[in-house]
Write a protein that binds this ligand. Structure first.
Ligand code: GLU
Length: 437
């Protein structure tokens, strides 16, 4: 029997549309689906399983009620999405942000699947989030929010099932509360349930700077390929949180010049270069990058057109779009954030000869050291920071070289190369495991 869908948008939809998303506005999930479509022609027989990538394995939506300090009760919406577990437990961060949506968390969880496979970590992909502006909560309120959320998603997380970590607006303290809450609920101290913990609680040395360090390592490898000197290279950074700040410091330490920084408070520029160490102190004390001594303010929209060699988007998704990709002066873009560039912008940059190191490679240093942390927690044997940084550099350099080779072999962007390698790994595991029952 044939049936006619009552909603015509379902009949013409380019992609399978989950009924829980608005079919006319799939948000970041739509971008991810387009990225997967671009890689399907390269998957050969494995494309038989490609549909797997277009559906998250498991989605949990939770209500997170807490007592506010004034005695009232507030409810927040929380998510944990396990996109894929073919190659191992789900792995990925938790973000607290007022704009978090299911579509966003789905896309972020899928990007974790691709990232973990692209750098060959034995993990699937997951992500979580709470739709909350954490700046509106006191520290005790944030603790109650984190603990209640952890209890709610406790149904599906665990050291061998799904391992959260920090992401936007979450940090080692958040992870300490999550570890403690999960541990109290299961009746034993389970350090391996989250990564990115404080070092005194089973965290790993080197984790705090790992994402920024990986951004630097992949950028330096690309600059060598492109014949771009690191010494004196002008770097523009969007976002001065964990990733942007660490990347800026490490570039600065290697002789590059941080000429521009943009964050939620504004945009600053200095042709002579900004000292990221002093900028971090200024941001901490004033709450803004603006008025940093020696810098001049720049209009927000002018950031993309600033003259520089390397551009590092290290804030949120959907920043480099068809409307600003044409203005970008940099020769190299290194995605510290997840999902900052739309597929249309990818095409424009490619045509303009701009090299882009995609998020799933560029920012994989964080989850790589999360993997080391998880391994160290299981063995209760901890490595030195030098060992961790050396292993991180090895993973990043090996992944960069193999993806660069695949991109040359097929004449595709580094993003498509990363998806070819990652999706092949995930779908090979899928095919070998087979369908149960
Ligand atoms: N949130 C980070 C990311 O997007 C780290 C995830 C992790 O360490 O599990 O890659």
């Amino acid at each position: 029997m044939t049936t006619t869908p009552s909603d015509p948008t379902l009949a013409v939809a380019k992609h399978p549309v989950p009924s829980y998303l608005d079919p006319k506005n799939l948000g970041p999930w739509e971008i991810y689906l387009e990225q997967v479509d671009r890689v399907t022609p390269y998957l050969g027989k494995l494309s038989y399983w490609a549909e797997t990538l277009k559906r998250p394995k498991r989605i949990l939506i939770v209500d997170v009620p807490i007592h506010l300090d004034d005695g009232s009760v507030a409810h927040f919406e929380g998510y944990r999405v396990q996109h894929n577990t073919s190659r191992g437990p789900a792995k990925g961060g938790v973000r607290f942000h007022q704009d978090v949506t299911l579509s966003e968390v789905m896309a972020l969880s899928a990007w974790m699947t691709v990232k973990n496979a692209a750098v060959n970590l034995p993990f699937g992909g997951g992500k979580g989030g709470i739709r909350v502006d954490p700046r509106t909560l006191s520290l005790p309120e944030l603790e109650r929010l984190t603990r209640r959320y952890t209890t709610e998603i406790g149904l599906i997380i665990g050291p061998e099932k799904d391992i959260p970590a920090p992401d936007v607006n979450t940090n080692p303290q958040t992870m300490a509360w999550m570890m403690d809450t999960y541990s109290m609920n299961v009746g034993r101290t389970a350090t391996g349930v989250v990564t990115g913990k404080p070092v005194s609680l089973g965290g790993s040395l080197g984790r705090a700077d790992a994402t920024g360090r990986g951004v630097f390592v992949t950028a330096a490898a690309a600059m060598t390929k492109l014949g771009m000197p690191l010494e004196g290279a002008r770097i523009a950074v969007q976002g001065f949180g964990n990733v942007g700040n660490a990347a800026a410091r490490i570039f600065h330490d290697h002789g590059a010049k941080i000429v521009a920084v943009q964050d939620v408070s504004g945009t600053i520029y200095s042709g002579a270069g900004l000292d990221p160490y002093a900028l971090a102190v200024h941001l901490e004390s004033t709450g803004s990058v603006l008025d940093f001594p020696g810098s001049e303010p720049v209009q927000t929209h002018e950031f993309w057109g600033l003259s520089c060699e390397v551009l590092i988007p290290a804030a949120l998704e959907h920043q480099i779009t068809a409307s600003n990709a044409g203005q970008i002066q940099a020769r190299l873009i290194v995605e510290g954030a997840n999902g900052p560039t739309t597929p249309a912008a990818d095409d424009i940059l490619r045509e303009r000869g701009v090299t882009l190191i995609p998020d799933v490679l560029a920012n994989a240093g964080g989850v790589s050291v999360s993997y080391f942390e998880w391994v160290q927690d299981f063995s209760s044997f901890f490595w030195t920071e030098a060992e961790i940084n050396a292993r991180l550099e090895r993973i990043m350099n090996e992944a960069f070289s193999s993806l660069w080779a695949v991109s040359e072999q097929h004449g595709v962007t580094l993003r498509t190369a990363a998806y070819i390698v990652a999706c092949t790994r995930v779908l090979e595991a899928r095919a070998l495991r087979g369908l149960y029952p």
